[in-house]
Structure formats: C-alpha cells, structure tokens
Write a new protein. Structure first.
Length: 433
C-alpha cells in the first residue's frame, strides 16, 4: 500500500489480508421472502419491570419483544394496559383516520396537487398509541413519519393539508417541505428534514423542563437509519448524564429509503441495545401491536415523570409502503416482504382484538373507514379552495424575506429589492408580489 510506512513490509508479510463486511439485505426484488429468522416471542411472556428500576436489572428487555396481543387476538400478560373499550375504539379511529389521510394525500401528490408526501402505513401504532400514552402538553419532537401524533392530538386536518399544499392558508407560509408540520399549541416541535437533529433537541428541552421545575416531559421519534447519525449518540449521552425526563423512540421499520437496517447496525445487535452502552433503560417492542406500543410509552412516561430516568424504546415494525412519493421500493426490495411480515398489520390487529372481546364488528369497521375517507375528502376540498401546487394561491413572493431577522440585513434588503423587481418584469401587474 502506498501509504504504508517504509520498512514495515517485511514485518507484515505473514499477516492475513484484512477485509470489510458490507451488509446486504436478505431479500431483493423477485426473491422469495422467508422471515423465519425473526424471533417472535409469545404475547404476554415478557416481564414488566418496575418503572423506577436500575437499567442494569432490565438488560434482557433490549433483546426481547414486548407483545400484548396474541394470535387469539386477546390481550395477555403484565404489559396489558387494560384500556377500556371506548379508549380502544378511539385508538382504532385515530389509526384509521391516519391511514385514510395518507391515502388521500398520496393520491393528491400523484394528481399534482403537491410536490411531496410521506405515508406511515403499517407504523400507525407507533405514533397514535404512543402519543395516547403521553399527556397532551408533553413536548414531542417527531420525525416526518408521525402524522398520527397530530391526528391523535386533534390538530385540524385542514391545517395539515394547507401545509402540504403550501397554499395561502399554510401557517408556515410555504417555508417548509410539505409534511414538515409545526404546532406550538399542540406541543409538536417543528419537523426538520435534517435527520436526527430532533433527538438532542428533545433531550435539551427535557433538561430545560427539569431545570425550570416544570412537570412536562419530552418524547422524540427517530428512524432506525437515523440512529447512525452522531446527533442521536449525543442525545443519548446528555440524556443519561443528566437523567433527563425524555423518551427516545426509535422506529425500526427495517428500511432507510433503499438502505436496509443493517447499514445502521441491525446485523450486530438490536436498536434497543443501544441503551445499554449509555446506561439508559431500553425496551424492545412489537411496533405493530397497538397495546404494546401504548404500554411501553406509558412505562417510559411514568419513569420520566418520577425522575427515574430516560428510556430508549425500539419499536420493531415494517415500512409497508415506499419511503416517500419520490421513491419506488420495487427497485430494491422484494414485493413479498409486506405480506410476509411476521407481526401483521397494526390496524387489523387492533380491530380483531376489539372484535374478539365483543366490542366491535366488521360492519362498524367498514363504516368507520368510509366515514374517515369521506371526512378527509371533504376537508381536502376545503383546503383546495386555499390553493394547490402551481395555482399561484400561495403566500406573496415578497414574504420569503420576512420573519428570519428582526431587521433585514442590508444584503438581504438588496436581494429582496432585486428579486421583486425581476418578478415585476416577468409578470407585469400579474402574480401577487
Ligand atoms: C442528515 C441527513 N442525511 C440524509 C438525509 C436523506 N434522507 C432522508 S430520509 C432518509 C432515510 C431515513 O431512514 P430512517 O431513519 O430509517 O427513517 P424512515 O424513513 O425509515 O422513517 C435519508 C437518508 C437527510 N434528510 N438528512
Ligand atoms: Mg427506517
């Protein structure tokens, strides 16, 4: 090797040549999928440690899988949150609404009404159920796939659609990529496209809450691929050092666009096991089991509220659809994966549970799905009156220079004048300036 120090060749002659391991997903397009290597423990078999316990005593939790809903569709074991049927129906309703919303917005993108959308199909429980286990004023720092939180918190759908269409009703004035919402009133931190930045922010917010003597905790959601970012590890360090009242939710949906979870370390250990190196409490949870998701988030919230420390939760799930409307997963993964996924579908499993306990039926489900679809359709029409992509009904062009600096610096004032002049020449007396 050219960069080898002189004189070292003789010494190294008998040593074996080194090589690297480059991860490769098990299945590619056209392959027959067999997920039998995934260990799925029986529901109800995992113990529920005390919420204030020493993380060292719950090491095994990072390698197991908390599951409540069994093959018989009944709830089992110590993690059963024992929610009443009304609450379960509400949970199902939020998940059904999230799915209906995703369907409509995906179609809207295909119809050219927006430039971009991201579905969370198959992952609804990880946001809806987890969010239900928090208080409405706990601060959440989500990634771009937790629209279920806003729906659960009652954020108006029209505000979401206005943002997706970047129209004149968009409270963020078209300054964010579609789906990167923000709502102070709903304690929902502005979504950032820069992966994992929300994790140290959540920890910092939680530390500030404790420093101020407040009682609100913080929770963040981050994709498994994004845990490879340095920010995530800084977040874990600060969280453990200062015992911050925070929950770090890692959504392991197996894929990071076209990179499989192996590139973030999944071949070596679990994502929940990241907790161990930091001395954090770590839980690994069936992310398609809405009751397990609720129970785990509630456990971590109680722990944080009791000042007993932060928790890292891995939600083991599957991204059933493409990464975004800009993605075509048929180019890199087997189409069979979705149907072969051993943990099923979260909406179907919760529905089947409600039916199994005599609190629901297929007709009511059909009605719920239909009503959700109709409601989203109606609100979409209302939002469309505020404008869609390319119809010019966006915030005035000149406003893009506003709101960043209290007083616009001279160079931006100059740029703004020039840009507005160019626009007047291009569209004389035309588009809103
Ligand atoms: C710092 C940074 N690096 C790369 C990207 C490009 N990017 C956007 S989404 C994504 C995949 C993230 O995957 P994961 O964290 O698993 O979340 P998921 O999309 O599966 O929910 C990548 C690489 C980015 N937005 N920011
Ligand atoms: Mg992912």
């Amino acid at each position: 090797m050219a960069d080898r120090p002189q004189g070292s060749a003789a010494q190294g002659d008998n040593r074996p040549t080194l090589s690297l391991h480059v991860p490769e997903p098990k299945f590619r397009p056209g392959d027959t999928v067999d997920f039998s290597h995934i260990d799925v423990p029986e529901a109800g078999n995992t113990p529920r440690p005390d919420e204030t316990c020493d993380p060292a005593t719950m090491r095994d939790m990072a390698f197991g899988l908390v599951r409540v809903l069994g093959d018989d569709n009944k709830a089992h074991g110590p993690w059963d949150p024992k929610l009443d049927p009304d609450t379960l129906r509400k949970m199902l309703g939020h998940m059904a609404m999230t799915r209906a919303f995703d369907e409509r917005m995906f179609r809207g993108q295909r119809q050219g009404k927006t430039s971009f959308y991201m579905k969370c199909t198959g992952e609804e429980a990880t946001s809806v159920s987890a969010s239900m286990a928090l208080a409405g004023d706990d601060m959440v720092f989500p990634s771009y796939r937790q629209q279920g939180i806003l729906i659960q918190r009652g954020y108006p759908l029209i505000e979401m659609i206005n943002q997706i269409y970047s129209n004149k009703g968009d409270k963020l004035k078209g300054r964010q990529l579609p789906i990167m919402y923000s709502s102070r009133e709903h304690s929902f931190f502005t979504i950032s496209g820069n992966l994992a930045t929300q994790t140290p922010q959540a920890v910092g917010w939680a530390m500030a809450s404790a420093m101020k003597g407040d009682s609100r905790i913080a929770a963040t959601w981050v994709g498994e691929g994004s845990t490879a970012e340095g920010d995530f590890h800084s977040a874990c360090t600060f969280a453990t050092v200062y015992n911050a009242p925070v929950i770090l939710n890692v959504i392991n949906n197996q894929w990071a666009i076209s990179s499989f979870s192996g590139f973030a370390g999944a071949e070596r250990t679990t994502f929940a096991a990241r907790a161990l190196g930091y001395g954090l409490a770590g839980l690994r949870v069936d992310g398609n089991d809405a009751l397990a998701c609720y129970a785990a988030e509630q456990w971590a919230a109680n722990r944080a509220r009791a000042n007993a420390g932060p928790t890292l939760i891995e939600f083991f799930t599957y991204r059933a659809e493409g990464h975004s409307t800009s993605d075509d997963p048929s180019g890199y993964r087997s189409a069979q994966e979705r149907n072969e996924w051993p943990l099923g579908d979260p909406v179907t499993r919760l529905k089947d549970h409600l039916i199994a306990i005599g609190e629901w039926d297929e007709d009511r489900q059909e009605k719920m799905d239909l009503e959700a679809a109709e409601h989203v359709k109606k609100v979409t029409k209302e939002a469309e009156a505020n404008g869609i992509l390319g119809h010019g009904l966006h915030h005035p062009f000149r406003t893009m220079f506003e709101d960043v600096f209290e007083e616009l610096p001279w160079h931006l004032r100059e740029q703004s004048r020039q840009a507005i002049r160019e626009r007047e020449i291009k569209f004389p007396g035309g588009l809103d300036q």
